[in-house]
Write a protein that binds this ligand. Sequence first.
Ligand SMILES: [Zn+2]
Length: 333
Amino acid sequence: MSFPIVRHRRLRQSANIRSLVRETVLTVDDFIQPIFVAYGTGVKKEIPSMPGVYHFSLDTLEQEVKEIVELGIKAVLLFGIPETKDAIGSSGFAEDGIVQEATRVIKKLYPDLLVVADTCLCEFTDHGHCGMVHTYERDGHVCGDVMNDESLELLARTAVSQARAGADIIAPSNMMDGFVQAIRAALDENGFSHIPIMSYSVKYASAFYGPFRDAADSAPQFGDRKTYQMDPANVREALREAESDVLEGADMLMVKPALAFMDVIRLVRDQFDLPLVAYNVSGEYSMVKAAAQQGWINEQAIVTEMLLGMKRAGADMIITYFSKDMARWLREA
Ligand SMILES: [Zn+2]
């Protein structure tokens, strides 16, 4: 059947009928708010390339988390800015590390708020790589290889210390081979078999992370992350990455970034039945903020459409710096 019998516009003629036939909806339950925590007191420092996103010290964190809880957001993702960095990222797995301390502060105030701990070393290593490196000089330049198996033990220690501090979900983002298995085994051995792993399964080596590296001061000091993060040109490889994580015991899968990788979100959704997370990354956030500040776009409409697109592509939940904004907009709607 076709026109004039079929008229698609019949189901679009009022707001109410449109909402009746709407296929995808955003709710506050979909969002995870990332938070950057740093040392000091009274710190609420805006990240220049990410307007509206701040570094918080443990005392100012309280007010921020209060707002997040009041908006109905159920989960936060913690990133830490340490006081000191070293070759193995030891402040990442210290019992009194900044992420561990922030976790304790949050869980004491709001036991029900889910704390997701990002498990990586790049914020804590002086070289800015996600694992241990073997360095050498070539033609006067410092070069280095990230050592996979040696890094797994440090990542597992980091995950256990985060769980011990009270983290509800461990989210390893390092992209070493075998990281889910190593972390699962370490959690289980230490009495945390109930703690789920949200694996950054499909993480691309992306230019969209630029503003985050300002925020976390985690740009690699030499080389890049292309030997462990994925080539943006590849999608079959994404399925192999996700499959490894499923076999190693991941409880949730993730695709990062989101906006330029909607096809990957859809494909992972169709091939695997684990809950799927999309990470709406810093560069995706900053582009919208910059254009909105210029008055070139309608921020609320653009953000809503982007996040709706991620969910329509197959994401069950979205890590986004817009979580608080979106929660407010949904409440006003
Ligand atoms: Zn990393």
